[in-house]
Design a protein around this ligand. Structure first.
Ligand SMILES: [Zn+2]
Ligand SMILES: [Zn+2]
Length: 694
């Protein structure tokens, strides 16, 4: 039986062939007996431009919008033609195909696309390879499935690709035509995920520019209870803006000397270790810690994956399958040999603990990014830094939660209430390995106690300190590439409708782990965003784009709503057809909502049309050479025509009435010029070589 493996990329095909053993490599596949392992280069098919559907689309016109192909055309990418041809021949030979696309939506789609394009009728199986070390490959080969189980995943990927095309093509044409109709020059590129992402940065910039700083004074009092210090902040409606008021309050509290406890609540709390990394959390962290662009993090993770040291990188999952629970010992061993982390990090790990990251219900086709059982060697500095970070996060899963007592309290001094929070850490747990996050503590005003302290409402205690601090309100921070990516992955935070916001928490943001960093890099490379150190700012071009595209496209709501629908397609609770027809109606609605604007004459700078006074004169090419016509022709039927005089319309103002202009006419005595204001004005002039003789 002829068996053909089709892998996502050459590197994965190599890993499969090596694992199976004994293959020889040809230009397009690895071969051994009746088995071949071939590869794609990611997506080997591409969608085509509208003009390939119909040449009429070369011309951009509102009446052709939206462009909705009835039969979608795919064609092999230019750089993959040879490989696609080879795969076609191998498909004719194969009895069984084993689909080895990457374990996600896009990976599922790109091999399914090949099978569908060539109408492959044989048996198709699916292997999900989450990492290319031997342990992971064995696990994958032991659980090969029917490819038909993944139909919905593929459909969701297809839906994503179609929506991107539909809005990209029709949106770009619609809003460019509208922009030019209103007098703008140039092209407005619209992207389903790209435009709302750009708008996040533009809107943030507006918040910053419009932000008005406010000076204020914070007053703190500290009480001493059982030899521990508890700091509280004055509870005050609005800001204290006058220094004299702050000083008066401070003096009064100091003079009082004692405080009365009004509330004292003590709670035992636990903080579990953070879950293993998904791609977006890893990219966010590396941007913050090392200033890496999200793309750099993805590229290096991909490299580590191809070297067999970490699992599949384009993951939106922070969980691990229970089946991998028992790998802990081998993985920790690999980490102790291949990371630069202190050795006792691994050796003190407790492999009998069960982190909440082990949860089969949260696993789809792939899992969180973790180290494999293979110990790395020969990593360069960046690879080592990233490996260590992924390894450390994995190690934390085998450490206990941090346990602490949290005390929340309110006390009053001189009739003023102060509130605060204190923690006493009983067991650092995993925090012993990573330390605490200074930034968070500074902003939270938390007191740290050395023991548990009890107090009772009504207790009178001594005030050990009162002071005030001047502060200034701060505008929101500019996005970095890392925080922008996190914003895309947590888009519900930017949606205003509370009900919708809640629903959106289910989806994993706009875009996919595979595309987000490319979209951000694209916005920078195409001049819509610029980097100022680590901070992202919109360029004038980016501002202009967002300003001239309606909010239904720039707000994340619609894109997020469709991501929700795609998730339903993936789950099988709705059909792709239903989702696509909803999206097509949405596009038709977009075009319809602009008809009023296109019904008005275009706003173009130029000489006003002296006939209708609505349009302007624009130079056109005629069969007898250039001439000037009215821009409002399409709206009001104005047929004004003027000859060209050295690049300007030849308009001769009437010397008698100064209201009309002279038009060339044919009379019984030959050509002459008469006023357009006839019969009110009866001015006529002789013709002199095609011009009026004035
Ligand atoms: Zn006109
Ligand atoms: Zn006249």
């Amino acid at each position: 039986m002829n068996t053909l493996y089709i892998a996502e990329k050459p590197s994965l095909a190599t890993a499969i062939a090596k694992y199976l053993g004994g293959f020889t490599k040809s230009k397009t596949a690895f071969e051994k007996g009746d088995t071949k392992v071939t590869w794609c280069y990611g997506h080997v098919f591409a969608t085509v431009e509208p003009e390939e559907y119909d040449p009429k689309y070369h011309r951009w016109t509102i009446s052709d919008l939206p462009i909705i192909p009835s039969n979608w055309i795919l064609k092999p990418r230019a750089d993959a033609k040879e490989q696609v041809k080879a795969i076609k021949e191998m498909l004719q030979w194969a009895d069984v195909v084993i689909h080895a696309g990457d374990p996600d939506r896009e990976g599922q789609l790109l091999v399914d696309e090949v099978l569908e394009y060539y109408d492959y009728k044989g048996t198709v199986k699916r292997i999900l390879i989450n990492a290319t070390d031997n342990t992971s490959l064995k696990r994958a080969f032991d659980s090969i499935m029917e490819n038909s189980q993944f139909k919905n995943l593929s459909q969701a990927g297809l839906g994503r690709s179609k929506m991107d095309w539909l809005l990209g093509m029709s949106g770009t044409r619609l809003y460019t035509l509208r922009y030019q109709h209103l007098g703008g020059k140039g092209k407005l590129n619209v992207g389903r995920v790209q435009t709302p992402t750009l708008a996040l940065v533009v809107n943030r910039e507006h918040e910053i520019v419009n932000f008005k700083e406010q000076k204020f004074f914070d007053i703190h009092a500290t009480i001493s209870v059982d030899n521990e210090q508890f700091k509280g902040k004055l509870v005050h409606e609005g800001y204290i803006v006058e220094q004299s008021e702050a000083e008066a309050l401070m003096s009064a509290c100091k003079a009082a000397g004692t405080a009365t406890i009004k509330e004292w609540s003590v709670n035992d709390k636990k903080e579990a270790p953070p879950l293993p990394y998904s791609l977006d959390s890893l990219q966010g962290y590396m941007n913050k810690k090392a200033g890496w662009s999200p793309k750099k993090t993805l590229d290096i993770t991909q490299k580590l994956y191809e070297m067999k040291y970490v699992s599949y990188p384009r993951s939106d999952c922070n969980y691990l399958p229970m089946g991998q629970y028992s790998d802990a010992h081998d993985i920790l061993d690999a980490i102790s040999r291949g990371s630069t982390l202190p050795n006792d990090f691994s050796s003190h790990a407790n492999t009998s603990l069960q982190s909440k990251c082990f949860n089969d219900k949260k696993i789809t086709a792939h899992h969180a990014i973790i180290p494999t059982c293979e110990a790395p060697s020969g990593l360069d500095a960046d690879q080592q830094l990233l490996y260590d970070e992924i390894a450390l996060r994995y190690i934390l899963q085998w450490y206990p939660a941090m346990e602490f007592t949290e005390t929340k309290y309110v006390f009053s001094v001189a009739s003023e209430d102060f509130s605060g929070r204190s923690v006493f850490i009983r067991d650092k747990g995993f925090k012993a390995l990573i330390g605490s996050n200074k930034e968070d503590e500074d902003t939270n005003d938390v007191s740290v106690a050395q023991k548990d302290v009890t107090a009772t409402t009504g207790d009178s205690v001594s005030v050990s300190d009162v002071d005030y601090k001047e502060g200034v309100t701060k505008p929101p921070k500019r996005f970095t590439e890392g925080t922008l990516l996190t914003a895309m992955a947590n888009i519900h935070r930017f949606v205003s409708d509370p009900e919708f916001k809640e629903k959106l928490k289910e989806i994993k943001g706009i875009g996919t782990p595979a595309t987000r960093s490319t979209i951000i890099a694209g916005l920078i490379d195409n001049g819509f965003l610029s980097l100022d150190g680590k901070s992202l700012r919109p360029t004038a071009l980016g501002e202009e784009l967002v300003k001239h595209i309606p909010s239904i496209i720039t707000a994340p709501d619609m894109t997020a709503k469709m991501e929700l629908s795609l998730m339903d397609v993936e789950k099988g609770t709705t059909s792709l057809n239903a989702v696509m027809s909803e999206y097509e109606s949405f596009l038709k609605g977009l075009v319809e909502s602009e008809t009023a604007i296109f019904a008005q004459p275009p706003k173009i700078e130029g000489v006003e049309c002296p006939v209708c006074h609505e349009g302007v004169l624009i130079l056109k090419k005629g069969s007898k050479g250039p001439f000037w016509g009215c821009s409002a022709y399409a709206q009001n039927g104005c047929k004004a025509v003027f000859s060209d005089a050295n690049g300007k319309p030849a308009i001769y103002e009437c010397p008698d009435c100064h209201k009309g202009f002279l038009k060339q006419r044919k009379g019984s005595k030959g050509t002459f010029w008469g006023c357009s204001n006839y019969p009110d004005c009866k001015c006529t002039k002789e013709d002199a070589k095609g011009k009026p003789k004035l």
